[in-house]
Design a protein around this ligand. Sequence first.
Ligand SMILES: [Zn+2]
Length: 92
Amino acid sequence: MKFRRRQQAAPEPQPVAPHANVIARFLTVSGAALANPEIAVVVEDRGDRRVDRYAYACAGCGGSYKSDAEGHLCELAQRHAKECTALPTPRP
Ligand SMILES: [Zn+2]
């Protein structure tokens, strides 16, 4: 039996990933317990022209925080993730 190699088309241009601005993610207590990486605290770089350039949002409790200090914000995000036991509100 002969196998023929398929011609491969040129790759399509990829859209910008929805998480392109994410610079860090920290798994929450709930996310770890449920082995669900979506329940995390996500830190984003919102662009250097914005006040409070960095922001985090928690997918568990919905908490958020903003700051111009990246390192400080990442520390706060990690601390929040270590303590947050909230679960996202179920969707209908
Ligand atoms: Zn939280």
